[in-house]
Design a binder for this molecule. Structure first.
Ligand code: DP6
Length: 318
């Protein structure tokens, strides 16, 4: 049996919108920070000859919880495994077990860590020698954002797969996710990718994202945190406005997300400093702090914990 882990990642420049019919090829490049503290573990074991299909089960391991995989989620996961076996000419059927080291019901269960871990585990189980870049391209076929989970701390995904970016400043950042709602999403991110194409605001979206990517990379290289914050903020707002102007419109931001975001805005206007703030296709708010902002990070986490669960890289789940 082979077991491996892969981390999740949070995009600051978002992958939102796919080129139709191309196996998760994005309409714009994206940049993410790898959350090495949030991982999925996947194990793969060969099934006896009589088996007629691959199957999935929850992995039981202390400190890990099984992801709440829907029927569609499970099919997507097993389809990706089938794709990998076909690509590599691997015969037979297997049992895949997976679990996350973060609660599956906390609204952070991203497909990124699951698909990256599955791709890595399959490569290991079948004795493959592909590079991280090659595995990233294959993983993209299963779930786009997973292709960025092969690199740390920063990953840049342009077309086929992601690559590492080494010269971005600030070192290891502190990550906190303010979990304002842990419920299942009404609209999956795969569906969001389709729907945003119908928004009038999608016109010019790839260009806006590419422009922000250049600005964010320069800001991180030049250690201009304020500019990095501005770009990151504009980017998540842009993505959520696409959702909210799609036809039919949908949205993930709720009253509590708005309150958390407003509190961050307040900190920034008051102190002229604060965390990078972003949101994924969900209501939860992600914060990234520089290592020297530890005191502020602690204060903000303590404040948000009065009302919400906060998952942080330096204090764990509270
Ligand atoms: C909002 O990678 O989940 O998190 O390729 O259809 O599996 P599929 O979509 P997915 O999309 C994630 C979108 C996002 C932004 C991002 O991670 O860049």
């Amino acid at each position: 049996m082979t077991s491996v882990t892969a981390p999740s990642n949070i995009a600051l420049i978002k992958y939102m919108g796919k080129v139709e019919g191309t196996g998760n090829r994005p309409t714009n490049a994206s940049l993410s920070y790898t959350m090495n503290h949030l991982v999925t573990e996947v194990s793969i074991a060969a099934l006896p000859k009589e088996a007629t299909e691959d199957r999935w089960r929850p992995l039981v391991k202390p400190g890990f919880g099984a992801p709440a995989l829907s029927e569609t989620g499970r099919a997507k996961f097993l389809n990706h495994f089938r794709f990998l076996k076909e690509t590599w000419g691997v015969p037979g059927f297997h049992e895949i077990a997976s679990a996350n080291n973060f609660p599956s019901d906390c609204g952070l269960a991203s497909s990124a860590s699951s698909f990256a871990a599955l791709t890595k585990a399959a490569a290991r189980a079948f004795g493959r020698g592909e590079s991280a870049e090659e595995l990233s391209r294959l993983s993209r076929r299963g779930s786009g954002s997973s292709c960025r989970s092969f690199f740390s701390p920063w990953a840049l995904w342009r077309e086929e797969g992601a690559e590492s970016v080494d010269d971005l400043g600030f070192g290891d950042l502190l990550h906190a996710a303010v979990v304002v709602s842990a419920g299942m999403k009404q609209v999956s991110s795969s569906e969001a990718h389709r729907r945003v194409l119908s928004s009038p605001k999608f016109a010019g979206r790839p260009e806006r994202a590419e422009q922000r990517l250049r600005e964010l990379m320069s800001a991180l290289r030049e250690k201009n945190w304020t500019e990095a914050h501005r770009v990151t903020w504009d980017e998540f707002v842009d993505m959520h406005e696409l959702f909210e102007t799609s036809q039919p419109a949908f949205g993930y931001r709720n009253r509590a997300s708005k309150d958390v975001v407003d509190a961050c805005r307040h900190i920034w206007s008051f102190k002229n400093d604060g965390p990078l703030v972003t949101m994924d296709a969900g209501p939860n708010v992600h914060l990234l702090f520089r290592p020297d902002q530890r005191e502020l990070a602690d204060k903000m986490v303590t404040h948000f914990q009065e009302k919400h669960v906060v998952m942080s890289s330096w204090r764990g789940l509270k």
